[in-house]
Design a protein around this ligand. Structure first.
Ligand code: ARG
Length: 457
């Protein structure tokens, strides 16, 4: 019989074979949780002493040992070992090596199941705060861009066909509102992340007289989980973050796509600074918009992570199952991807050059003033329906004769309706069309100004 040297090895006769050790170990991934693991363990040790489950001298030794381990990890001196599976056992093993048998008391009234739930929550809480700040940074940058290009007119699109002129600033502020909802989703998620699971034990709670409220105070959790089974098996908070991130990436990918389109020669609405682009190894003339392309593409991995974890969780019996270990790659990679992409996006927005002339020129043609001609006729007593039909005939006429509405003479226009007067020409300019869209939420300059004021830029 070979004596196993695992921390959990007491009941085992045989050793774990190397291939299984490699397959089950998560240390390469979860070592990122070391600070949170140590922070949680220190709070737990303090609580054990306060409740006299261990002595205060023992707690002091444990806390000192844990701090020393943190320094070792941060100096790159910590002997990580896959044989100890995960960050929790790597740290516990090292603690006993450093301070002796008393290290074995730290895990009293605790399981790795409530420990890992705690670490994940501490980690995500910290990252969510950073993400919220970065998100806010991008929102402000977009609002600043709107202010900088306040009165630039561009064609607005539906079906990617020219529809009606809008202010470029109004278009940018659409993203500000999307990101505001993303912010709300992320902070709602933060509220539900901010719950203490420690004290749930493996699944049923613990027989020791622990004080969870004290641990919650030490770790600054406003709430404590109410059901031990739920606390160790729940990963809703990760799913929620992945889903909020997926929606955020829908928004980022749409903006990225617009930057790619707008910087193409066909549009030429914006210029991306060289530093966000690369060249081609074959075609010397090329300047490719790699940064927005990659942001657009990274939405794929974030959606994939959400799908992956939903699949891991679906149909899992309560309570903890080792399957839950697979929550880490999706979470960590999403955190990294969200932070990096938000940061890049902010830098890009800060530095894009807008070609007002091209936008305004594009805002001229395309019969974008057709609706306004109908509105004009409504102002002169027609019903919108009959005005719509009449303007349809004007457009047909223009198409047949390769003209634009505003190029028709007054006589030509009067043939369609005697109600049309010469003030129609001023009425149908892009500037006038934008100016009239004053109803709340419309693109009128006055509205955009008001919105920017609300946003305090
Ligand atoms: N590495 C594990 C995880 O990430 C920690 C919990 C292990 N618990 C267990 N009963 N094997 O989920």
């Amino acid at each position: 019989m070979v004596k196993s040297k695992k921390l959990w090895g007491g009941r085992f006769a045989g050793r774990t074979v190397g291939s299984v050790e490699t397959f089950t170990a998560s240390i390469d991934v979860d070592s990122r949780l070391y600070r949170h693991d140590i922070e949680g363990s220190i709070a737990h040790a303090r609580m054990l002493a306060r409740r006299r489950i261990i002595s205060s001298r023992e707690a002091q030794k444990i806390v000192r040992g844990l701090r020393a381990i943190q320094r070792e990890i941060e100096r790159g001196k910590f002997p990580f070992s896959p044989a100890d599976e995960d960050i929790h056992m790597n740290i516990e093993r090292r603690l006993t090596q450093k301070i002796g048998a008393v290290g074995g008391k730290l895990h009293t009234a605790r399981s790795r199941n409530d420990q890992v739930a705690l670490d994940m929550r501490l980690y995500l809480r910290e990252e969510l705060k950073r993400i919220l700040a970065t998100l806010e940074g991008l929102r402000r940058e977009l609002a600043r861009g709107a202010k900088r290009y306040l009165d630039v007119i561009m064609p607005g699109y539906t079906h990617l066909q020219k529809a009606q002129p809008v202010l470029f600033s109004h278009h940018l502020l659409a993203y500000v509102d999307m990101l505001d909802r993303d912010r709300e989703r992320m902070s709602g998620c933060l509220e539900r992340v901010n719950v203490l699971p420690l004290g749930s034990g493996a699944l049923a709670g613990t027989t020791f007289p622990i004080d969870r409220a004290y641990v919650a105070r030490l770790l600054d959790f406003p709430r404590i989980s109410k059901n031990s089974i739920d606390a160790v098996s729940d990963r809703d908070f990760v799913l929620e973050f992945l889903s909020a991130s997926s929606i955020l990436f829908v928004h980022l990918s749409r903006f990225a796509e617009e930057m790619i389109l707008w910087s193409s020669e066909e549009f030429s609405f914006i210029e991306l600074p060289d530093r966000f682009c690369t060249g081609s190894s074959m075609m010397p003339q090329k300047k490719n918009p790699d940064v927005p392309e990659l942001i657009r593409a990274k939405s794929g991995r974030v959606f994939g992570h959400l799908q992956a974890l939903l699949t891991v969780m679906k149909g899992l019996p309560l309570a903890y199952n080792r399957d839950l270990q697979e929550d880490k790659v999706p979470l960590f990679d999403t955190v990294d991807t969200v932070k990096a992409s938000l940061g890049m996006m902010r830098e890009m927005v800060e530095q894009i050059k807008v070609r007002k002339d091209r936008m305004l020129a594009a805002a001229q043609g395309g019969f974008m003033n057709a609706t306004d001609l109908a509105d004009y006729l409504v102002g002169r007593g027609l019903s919108f329906r009959s005005a719509h039909a009449l303007v349809g005939r004007v457009v047909r006429f223009c198409l047949d004769h390769h003209r634009m509405i505003e190029e028709l003479s007054l006589n030509e226009l009067k043939r369609f309706s005697p109600k049309i007067d010469k003030d129609v020409y001023a009425y149908l300019t892009a500037e006038a069309m934008v100016r009239r869209r004053r109803a709340v939420g419309g693109t009128a300059l006055a509205n955009v100004r008001r919105r920017l004021k609300e946003l305090r830029v």
